[in-house]
Design a protein around this ligand. Structure first.
Ligand code: DAH
Length: 345
């Protein structure tokens, strides 16, 4: 019995393991109910009385030693694997993918417009979205009874606190040209991008909130030829060199003469399609020579200076450029739509 105990003690001292599974195997083999050490305890009853004390002590010592050794092996393996988790990461490994945001298509186009006009000396000016009647209508020659002033088109702000002056959400960015002319002296070259508001039903082609860019050039001897050439330059830069333009006579209270400008349909290349209603042309802006009365309204001498102005919808030219067929997509913030503009900038 004593020899057996010594032999097992030696085995316990030599326990070696690489994994927690192996530690568990040893525990089962030596310490579980039917394991080697408990079975020695069962043999204890056959030990002669005079040896009992010594063998009993040796057996207990063996059991404790085996238990300690197994616990130690287990702890060692556990702390080793915890240490592995804390290892310094491999800094040469490629970084995890993080998804980058993208600019909104309207912001992309607004920046492009500003950039194109900046190259020919235009600066950016902005005005308030809540505007008074003077800047949105009166200074721009809208007669009192003009339908654009009607409740149907304009969102009026409750003006009970502001006396007789009517306050509204601006219906166009032309209000900014009035502010620019009031506040600066010619030569003036300015583009004014911004949000505008109209009381319209929301559809694929219209929204009650949208964006415009207003352009204004006032100096000595500014002519309609300058207007045409400037807009032709813009269209070629924005839509591409093959794009052609045409001007049609039109009417705006604040320009004389007035025109609307069409470009060749970039969807069908002028051959005729649904977008251009088979005409091969699409309208993108209104423009004209600033009415002398508007110059006077803004304290600019109309005998000395002339000017041209234009205004275009940012949504409209963005839809044409990127072939987007529903204006509502700009306002829904659907990631599947916005993600498609990651490459544009
Ligand atoms: N303000 C006009 C609109 O919202 C657009 C416009 C037309 C602006 C002619 C101009 C212009 O500056 O000259 O429909």
């Amino acid at each position: 019995m004593k020899n057996k105990i010594d032999e097992i003690l030696r085995q316990v001292d030599e326990f070696k393991t690489d994994s927690l599974e192996q530690v568990e195997e040893l525990r089962i083999k030596y310490l579980s109910k039917k394991g080697i050490i408990p079975s020695l305890f069962s043999d204890f009853k056959d030990v002669a009385a005079e040896e009992r004390k010594e063998i009993g002590m040796a057996l207990n010592e063996l059991k404790n030693k085996a238990q300690d050794r197994i616990n130690l092996l287990k702890e060692e393996l556990q702390s080793l694997s915890a240490g592995q988790d804390k290892k310094i990461p491999d800094l040469s490994m490629p970084a995890d993918f993080t998804s980058l945001g993208s600019r909104h298509p309207l912001s992309i186009v607004r920046r492009q417009i500003i950039d194109i006009f900046a190259r020919i000396g235009f600066t950016v000016s902005e005005g308030p979205e809540i505007e008074n009647d003077w800047h949105n209508f009166s200074a721009l020659n809208f007669p009192e009874e003009h339908p654009a002033r009607d409740m149907q088109d304009t969102f009026f702000v409750d003006d009970s606190a502001s006396g007789t002056e009517k306050i509204a959400l601006r219906t166009h960015t032309s209000s900014v040209q009035v502010r620019v002319m009031e506040n600066s002296k010619p030569p003036i070259r300015s583009v004014s991008p911004g949000r505008v508001f109209r009381n319209e039903a929301i559809s694929a082609r219209a929204h009650c909130i949208f964006h415009q860019v207003e352009g204004l050039y006032v100096d000595h001897n500014v002519s309609f030829a300058d207007l045409k050439q400037t807009l032709y330059y813009f269209v070629q830069e924005f839509f591409g060199k093959d794009t052609k333009v045409r001007f049609r006579p039109s009417y705006f209270p604040f320009t004389e003469p007035s025109a609307e400008m069409d470009v060749t349909c970039m969807i069908c290349g002028g051959a005729g399609c649904k977008i251009c209603k088979n005409s091969g042309w699409v309208e993108i802006l209104g423009c004209g020579m600033v009415d002398p009365q508007v110059l006077e309204n803004c304290h600019i001498d109309s005998n000395e200076y002339t000017g041209f102005a234009f205004g275009m919808g940012i949504e409209r030219i963005t839809m044409l450029k990127f072939q987007i067929d529903d204006l509502r997509l700009f306002f829904e913030n659907d990631m599947r739509f916005l993600k498609q503009f990651e490459a544009a900038h």
